[in-house]
Design a protein. Structure first.
Length: 427
């Protein structure tokens, strides 16, 4: 029996609210190494490569499991998959605090990474409660859970300084487990799962679940998300150290600035979803890529000194972005990244309504892999070039590539549409 409109709206709001809170907790746990990793590096005397692997391991796990978790959510429902994912991640986060060696920490970090996979679960779960014309806004609100990175970068340094990094892991683990239990008791199965249970409907085969992944369009969406989300995660992890090394901030100040970077990149995702519903995801993506190209280009300019021969001797020009200018540009970049994340996921339920879990999982996996690969590449580029801004040179190249591919694809779509509209010549 169909639910009354008011009851449907209340049910959808409940699912969205619970999922957003759960995702916020998961994201806070997923990015925990951005703060405690710095202390662990000092205590254990880790090399740059070991530090990069430790920080990136949860991101790798959270990325790889997104496709699987997305498909499981389509088949089993978000309530059970979300709860199980959070409990498993909470256990791994608590065990992290007991690790006594680097290999033990890496094993625990693999489990912590499960928290990052929760995004694919939430997208598949929440989208089933909303009609197509409201999914962009709903998924944008859900994506605000990215603010969990700010929770970690803002609060974790305070707990770390007062009680040690082990306390951070234990507190985050207990909070995540408590939210998982609350989610299980408060959340309901989505409409598709309820109908399947009541009618005894069959679950689609795995071949049908994964069929859309053969479309090149899905991989283009994945590149957009590789930047919009992957670079966001990479910068959330990289910024504290960048600010400490380049601008001389202490860890607490760097953590606060990184937190304020994450806030607009998270909260305004809901606005990005609303704009995508109203003006179209394609228009929003154009703005995202153009502004991001300009911002990353400016951030990529290294501190440069130019000496010219003048009438009265050498004339020196310094070209550099100061701390204030850097923070302002990073905020702008984060703001438009939030729009980009929402716009990408506005596309998916529209083009692939029956395969949100699989397509959303793949796109999320590629985006998450960006969060794993990019910090490693940032470190490699630092070693090769000796220039701190080389990380933004790489991001500029990625944005430019995505913008060119998108524009060519749009032109082809428009050309195909125009040819279809032309009537066939008379015989």
């Amino acid at each position: 029996m169909a639910l009354p409109s008011t009851e449907k709206n209340a049910e959808a709001t409940r699912a969205l609210s619970l999922s957003t809170i759960a995702f916020t907790a998961c994201f806070a746990a997923w990015t925990i190494f951005s703060i405690i990793g710095i202390r662990i590096k000092g205590e254990m005397g880790l090399s740059e490569a070991e530090f990069g692997l430790l920080v990136g391991t949860p991101v790798l796990t959270g990325s790889l499991v997104r496709l699987v978790l997305g498909v499981w959510t389509d088949r089993l429902g978000g309530r059970i998959v979300f709860t199980g994912t959070m409990l498993a991640a909470a256990l791994a986060t608590f065990l992290l605090s007991l690790a006594q060696s680097y290999p033990m920490m890496l094993i625990a970090a693999l489990g912590v990474g499960l928290a990052g996979g929760s995004f694919a679960v939430g997208v598949a779960y929440v989208s089933r409660f909303y009609p197509a014309n409201k999914q962009g806004t709903a998924l944008g609100v859900f994506g605000v859970g990215n603010v969990g990175a700010s929770v970690t970068t803002f609060l974790a340094p305070l707990v770390l300084v007062a009680f040690g990094w082990q306390a951070v892991a234990q507190i985050w683990a207990v909070a995540l487990a408590a939210i998982a239990i609350a989610f299980w008791f408060l959340a309901k199965d989505d409409p598709v799962i309820r109908e399947r249970k009541s009618t005894g409907g069959k679950v689609r085969s795995f071949a049908e679940e994964f069929a859309p992944l053969r479309n090149l369009q899905v991989w283009r969406f994945s590149l957009y998300y590789f930047f919009a989300f992957g670079a966001f995660v990479a910068l959330a992890l990289w910024l504290p150290r960048y600010l400490i090394e380049v601008y001389g901030f202490d860890i607490q100040t760097a953590g606060i600035i990184a937190a304020f970077y994450s806030v607009p990149a998270s909260i305004f995702r809901a606005l990005g979803g609303h704009l995508s519903d109203r003006f179209g995801a394609r228009a929003v993506m154009y703005w995202v890529l153009v502004v991001s190209a300009v911002a990353t280009f400016l951030l990529a300019i290294p501190q440069t000194e130019i000496v010219m021969s003048g009438v009265n001797g050498p004339i020196v020009f310094d070209i550099a972005i100061g701390a204030v200018g850097f923070v302002a540009l990073i905020f702008v970049l984060g703001f438009f990244m939030s729009f980009g994340k929402a716009a990408v996921y506005k596309h998916i339920p529209v083009y692939y309504p029956q395969s949100v879990g699989a397509v959303g999982g793949l796109v999320g996996m590629i985006g998450g892999l960006g969060g794993f690969i990019l910090p490693i590449l940032f470190g490699v580029l630092n070693d090769i070039t000796g220039v701190w801004t080389s990380c933004f040179m790489l991001l500029f190249a990625i944005v430019l590539g995505a913008l060119v591919w998108m524009h060519l694809a749009v032109r082809k779509i428009e050309a195909d549409s125009a040819s279809d509209a032309v009537p066939a010549p008379a015989q």
